[in-house]
Design a protein around this ligand. Structure first.
Ligand SMILES: [Zn+2]
Length: 293
């Protein structure tokens, strides 16, 4: 299957004359944290909600080679805390990871805690290029007052924040579009990347993208057979996918996906939004947003 994927993805890139694919939504994390994440998926716990066999459960070096063999030129190492006193340590790890992995965009994260501004400032100084927030796993309100200095700093720095804030695969107390709408009212210049196109609140998050020019969306898991079975994307919104083509970025959730990597790209191709849409989504938009050379 993976061999077939390599052929499929090579043909995809050469047909579109793309130098590579940029995947804004991949996970690399400390080994013991990844082991816990995998154990959680294996248990089909309440935040996952269904059976979820992980397709790329390999050692870190194998996973890196797999991604590069797929033609992925740049990617992220999205880490996220589920409790206090964890984010600063995760940030140290991902800064080191980015140093030894030049094709990985240096990623950082934060949690509502009194010293969040100090480690976020340190991460920005060290060159963080994307922040990750997971509202459901973190179980905090994105507008928590403890985060005011953090959002202000990140808005001023213009660094994108990839935020899992939709209510899929299972809702949390603070998931959904309302907390994000409130956040954007206060910080309208924020560059947000709404993970999973906001699954399942697709239309509401497209509304926010229309209203705020800094709002982007990532395609992670959307339009795959897996997601279409539980949270189908409304075909009535295809017009807005075209209109917002500059704001949509390819993401995969590698390695934690229950199907082959190529299927994530195939899911975009079969939308039939055209080659130039695919070029923007799979490469050009990320080059521009992250200033990738
Ligand atoms: Zn993810």
């Amino acid at each position: 299957m993976i061999g077939d994927d390599n052929t499929y993805l090579t043909n995809f890139r050469s047909r579109l004359e793309l130098p590579g694919i940029i995947d804004v939504h991949t996970h690399f994390m400390p080994e013991q944290v990844m082991a816990k994440v995998w154990a959680y998926f294996d248990s089909a716990g309440p935040l996952v909600g269904r059976e979820w066999p992980i397709a790329y459960r390999d050692d870190e070096q194998v996973r890196l080679k797999t991604l590069r063999d797929f033609g992925v030129r740049a990617f992220t190492s999205l880490v996220y805390p589920h409790k206090p006193d964890m984010a600063a340590w995760l940030n140290e790890w991902s800064a080191d990871f980015a140093e030894r992995t030049p094709d990985c965009l240096h990623t950082a994260t934060f949690y509502p805690e009194h010293y969040a501004d100090s480690y976020v400032e340190a991460a920005i100084e060290r060159g963080a290029r994307v922040f990750k927030v997971h509202v459901q796993v973190g179980d905090f309100h994105p507008g928590d007052p403890l985060l005011n200095p953090v959002w202000g700093m990140i808005e001023d720095a213009g660094i994108p924040v990839l935020i899992h804030c939709g209510s899929g695969p299972a809702p949390g107390e603070y998931t959904g579009p309302e907390p994000i709408a409130g956040l954007l009212q206060r910080y309208p210049r924020l560059r947000l990347i709404i993970a999973h196109m906001g699954t399942p609140e697709y239309s509401e998050f497209l509304d926010l993208a229309e209203e705020y020019p800094g709002v982007h969306l990532d395609t992670t898991m959307v339009w795959t057979d897996f997601t279409e079975a539980s949270a189908p994307f409304p075909t009535a919104e295809h017009g807005r996918l075209r209109a917002l083509s500059e704001r949509i970025l390819f993401g995969s959730d590698f390695p934690n996906i229950p199907y082959s990597y190529g299927h994530s790209i195939f899911a975009l191709e079969r939308l039939e939004l055209g080659d130039s849409w695919l070029r923007q989504v799979c490469y050009r938009n990320a080059v521009r947003l992250f200033d990738i050379t």
